[in-house]
Design a binder for this molecule. Structure first.
Ligand code: ADP
Ligand code: MG
Length: 256
């Protein structure tokens, strides 16, 4: 259990789209400041919808979302998608600078911060490289550097590593844990990989198929970092989540 103060809470949140699709129903969740929460569930269960609500890009039509204290200022919420969404004609440095440029920060003032952000994600020598000259993993590093540049309180990540090969993904997962600890931010990370959820999380929120509801909420009390993958308790956790996920997919399989 975490005793950190709450960052934000959802109370009985529902979202039904104009098309009639009910994406979320009765979602109540309090996210603690500084936590690393993975949202795990099958495709179409409303994970991206929930992230968009947390980001303020969409509004619930039932229930409430409330921030502890002041609502976040621009830049206090970062978003990273599966697609790194980089400008193809611009260098890595220009891509990372973009959010500051949009906020009117002069290039000369921003560049030291941009260089530091690129260095912190292991791309110190690649500031002038264009996206096409970078590997998929490096492009994702640029995307994460851009999101961290504004020092967000809350970093929302929507299947950021889903398109990467397994070796690159393992490396980025381990690096992300280090960046999270360094940044001291809160991360909500969406995935449909049980292994990824179990490796990264301090807390796993398991969602049921549509309409998305919270099927389980698992506190993970294992050390964070590469050693976790080899810990027998990690394998036990993966097995427990697999069983719970199968129960949510097939309620008849749930024990009475
Ligand atoms: P996930 O990210 O878990 O795969 P989504 O949150 O993207 O799921 O979508 C949940 C459900 O809501 C899906 O059935 C999807 O087709 C539907 N949906 C998502 N966005 C919209 C939208 N803007 N309008 C109508 N239906 C939508
Ligand atoms: Mg999604």
């Amino acid at each position: 259990m975490s005793f950190s103060p709450a960052l934000l809470s959802l109370d009985a949140v529902g979202r039904r789209f104009e098309s009639g699709t009910e994406a979320l129903r009765g979602v109540s969740l309090t996210i603690a400041a500084g936590d690393f929460v993975t949202l795990l569930g099958p495709s179409g269960c409303g994970k991206s919808t929930l992230l968009r609500l947390l980001a303020g890009l969409d509004r619930p039509d039932h229930g409430q979302l409330s921030w502890q204290g002041a609502a976040p200022a621009p830049g206090e919420i970062g978003f990273v998608f599966q697609d790194p969404t980089l400008l193809p004609w611009a260098s890595a440095a220009e891509n990372v600078y973009l959010p500051l440029r949009l906020r009117g920060v002069a290039r000369a003032a921003a560049m030291p911060r941009v260089a530091a952000a690129l260095a912190s994600v292991g791309l110190a020598g690649f500031a002038q490289a264009r996206p096409a000259q970078l590997s998929g993993g490096m492009r994702m590093r640029v995307s994460i550097a851009r999101a961290l540049l504004t020092r967000p309180k809350l970093l929302l990540m929507d299947e950021p590593f889903a398109a990467l090969d397994e070796f690159t993904r393992h490396k980025l997962q381990a690096d992300l844990l280090a960046w999270w600890q360094e940044a001291g931010c809160t991360i909500v990370f969406v995935t449909h990989s049980i292994y990824e959820a179990a490796f990264l999380a301090r807390r796993i929120v398991l969602m049921s198929p549509r309409p998305g509801r919270i099927a389980d909420d698992i506190a993970v009390d294992l050390p964070a970092g590469p050693a976790r993958r080899l810990d027998p308790a990690y394998a036990t956790l993966v097995a427990a989540i697999t069983r719970r996920l199968e129960e949510t997919l097939d309620p008849a399989a749930a024990p009475a």
